[in-house]
Design a protein around this ligand. Sequence first.
Ligand SMILES: C[S@@+](CC[C@H](N)C(=O)[O-])C[C@H]1O[C@@H](n2cnc3c(N)ncnc32)[C@H](O)[C@@H]1O
Length: 291
Amino acid sequence: MNPAVEQVRALLERARALEANAPLEAGEFYHQARLLDAGCLEAHNALERLRSSHAYGRWMNIDCVIDERDDIYRFFASQDIARNPIREYLADGWRTLAELMPLLEREGKPLTGVGSMLEFASGFGRFTRHLTRVLPGRVTCSDVLPGSTDFARERFGVEAFDSATNPERITWPRRYELIFILSFFTHVPLHAWQRWLAHFAAALEDGGLLIFSIHSPAYAIEHNVPLDADGGCFLRSSEQSALSTDEYGTTFATWERVRREIGAAIPGARVEIHPNTFWIAQDAVVVRGGR
Ligand SMILES: C[S@@+](CC[C@H](N)C(=O)[O-])C[C@H]1O[C@@H](n2cnc3c(N)ncnc32)[C@H](O)[C@@H]1O
């Protein structure tokens, strides 16, 4: 066995044995383990649990526990440039906040004034943990991953409900002033878009905004993605190990195709698309109600 792996394993074992009766000492062993393995979630989550001086939550002022089932975290950890995947994952939620807030300002709906917000496809709360600090008591989350909504409710104190793979099976608990969906339409097959879009429109308050992200068509062209004659492409691969590639892959669409799908699903909707707004090459689509 790799000596570093063996060392981490031994440190974790000592820490676990000490945790109940000597938490300070245990914290030091967990800290040593995380120094050796920057992506060690067991050590990280223990440091958060113990409110150790090495816990990220103490300086980020948010709940920094990361669920072991979080494939978005695994995706971060798998990147060649990842040096400290835990910190990078946690900081990336700030990035989303920093990307969403100016967009909302431009749209005349500052985030802090939003009365109710649905963060759909919220996963295990990469962004939710930051959002709820800005909008306490006003955020609802939903995702289809087993355990994700319990995690969001328990850790971040948000309302949360389980989603479904079929939009018509989702009953909205209420309507929302803002529905924000980051990197969901980037994965849903195009044949399902209109059903999802119509269903989201039904969950919007009058005057509400639906904001979602798409892959930038320029990125698709640059990477030779084979767009079909209707300006779309669906590839059967994704970062989520728990979801079927029939319903969740990687999706590309031209702006014309995006506008056509929205127009067909939400007649009379007003649509604006802002290039390169989120993450790497994701454009923001802003939809205002229909007729
Ligand atoms: C690329 S991840 C983005 C997660 C999150 N929005 C973020 O920014 O970190 C896409 C998310 O869509 C979720 N998802 C896929 N199908 C869904 C469905 N039918 N209903 C709700 N969420 C779904 C996945 O489980 C995953 O959490």
